[in-house]
Design a binder for this molecule. Structure first.
Ligand code: GUN
Ligand code: ZN
Length: 445
């Protein structure tokens, strides 16, 4: 439990603007010796230590992090907690990978005790990676959602999650029905949406595993309560796109399948969007629906390269967040995910600047979820979800960090060489939720 008022001191980075629109220099806030004052789970002051320290009431505890970079906690906009036990499953592309590995794994979550154990391990891993908010797929079983939110509520993390809807093209044990999926989702919404920091996402897995009636009912669910999220997969893989075309011959595009059901709008998050056209980007821009860029997954499954800079075209920018997409993604670390995002950009002839990269993993992710008034930056009034990054975490990183003259260089070293070892601490709603050097033994398998 955190004291009512406390403060962190150290080098800090955050954002005052979107670096893709306004440029890295205008967007970055870099405070080489910052004080971050935290009260009742929120940031109440942020600025140069020397200026702010005299305003702190006598006796306020201050934790100092020398040689660190304090950032807003990372935001993972697309991830599957039930796939933790099958991360790194060999040899298939999307549709075969789902059949061979994913569905059998997800069938285990009929067991609420199993779901609770994996949810607990998953959330610990997220905090070890510096991630404090994620948009999370559970399984088709309502108990998998209760397990996840129960653990997230215990940790007080701000999570977005929902029950997967699938009423066709899946094994018997993993299918719901259109009406059953609706009823179960509504009961979960009433139990969890807005319960503390928990938020609910209506979660049709993808168009191939839902009938048109189920998609329509998902759209209707979204209209039942304020502030609900919607998450699904879009145009990830060529064979998948072809299958959707055959399943929905009268729709203009893959996105149109979802739009027709009333699923495309603010707080919608479309995973992947690798094989999409200009029209799809335009609709996302116009409706406020986001895309989740999942580079480790797109590389792992051989899905293709997301055209990040086309999505972000300043003439009609799409809200884009970064997603690990673990289990198809190969890491829960947003630093490792940025490493791959940089390489994917290179392969398309573009350059992902480190300031742009860190924006995607924090403020941009929060904005993609329409949560930027609550999380994703370091500023008064924002919830105190923070991570303390250590650019000297390994001998290799330390010798490279010594060569860095600018904060941009240091951020680049963190994203290219960093992983969970370079997350020294994670704060959730102002409380220390992960302390690398202290938790090392506790986290041993
Ligand atoms: N498309 C439908 N389901 C999934 C899933 O679980 N993972 C990924 N990467 N793509 C999907
Ligand atoms: Zn996914």
């Amino acid at each position: 439990q955190a004291p009512v008022r406390h403060a962190l001191r150290g080098r800090a980075v955050t954002f005052r603007a979107d670096p893709f629109q306004d440029g890295p220099t205008a967007a970055l806030v870099h405070e080489p010796d910052a004080l971050i004052v935290i009260e009742d789970g929120h940031i109440t002051a942020f600025g140069p230590h020397d200026a702010l320290r005299p305003t702190l009431p006598e006796g306020t505890p201050v934790t100092t992090y020398p040689r660190a970079v304090i950032s807003a906690g990372f935001v993972d906009t697309h991830v599957h907690y039930p796939q933790l036990p099958m991360i790194a499953a060999y040899g298939e592309q999307l549709l075969e990978w789902l059949e061979r590995y994913t569905f059998p794994t997800e069938a285990r979550y009929a067991d609420a005790g199993y779901a609770a154990r994996v949810a607990r391990r998953f959330l610990r891993e997220l905090l070890r990676a510096g991630t404090t908010t994620a948009a999370v797929y559970c399984t088709v079983h309502p108990q998998s959602v209760d397990a996840f939110f129960t653990e997230s509520a215990r940790l007080d993390t701000r999570m977005v999650a929902g029950k997967v809807l699938m009423d066709r093209n899946a094994p018997d044990a993993l299918r719901d029905t259109a009406q059953g999926g609706y009823d179960d989702s509504l009961a979960l919404i009433d139990r969890w949406h807005g319960n503390g920091r928990q938020l609910y996402a209506v979660t049709p897995r993808f168009a191939a595993t839902s009938t048109e009636r189920q998609l329509d009912l998902a759209g209707s669910l979204l209209r039942q309560r304020d502030g609900l999220f919607m998450q699904t997969h879009l145009s990830e893989n060529v064979a998948e796109v072809e299958w959707i075309r055959r399943l929905f011959p009268s729709r203009r595009s893959y996105l149109d399948v979802y739009a027709h059901a009333g699923l495309v709008g603010p707080r919608g998050v479309l995973g992947h969007g690798v094989h999409v056209d200009e029209d799809t980007f335009h609709t996302c821009h116009a409706t406020g629906c986001a895309m989740a860029h999942c580079p480790t997954s797109n590389l792992f499954l051989g899905s293709g390269a997301f055209r990040l800079f086309d999505a972000l075209d300043p003439r009609r920018p799409v809200r884009v967040g970064l997603g690990t997409d673990m289990g198809a993604g190969t890491s829960l670390s947003q630093l490792q995910t940025l490493n791959e995002a940089y390489k994917v950009a290179q392969s398309t002839g573009r350059r992902l600047h480190p300031v742009q990269a860190f924006w995607l993993a924090t403020a941009g992710g929060a904005r993609s979820l329409h949560l930027d008034d609550r999380i994703g930056t370091i500023a008064p009034g924002i919830e105190a979800d923070l991570c303390v990054l250590d650019p000297y975490a390994t001998p290799l990183m330390a010798q490279r960090a010594e060569e860095c003259d600018t904060i941009e260089d240091l951020l680049f070293v963190l994203m290219m060489l960093g992983d969970d070892r370079s997350v020294r601490a994670t704060y959730v709603a102002g409380a220390l939720a992960h302390d690398r050097d202290h938790d090392r033994d506790r986290d041993a398998p």
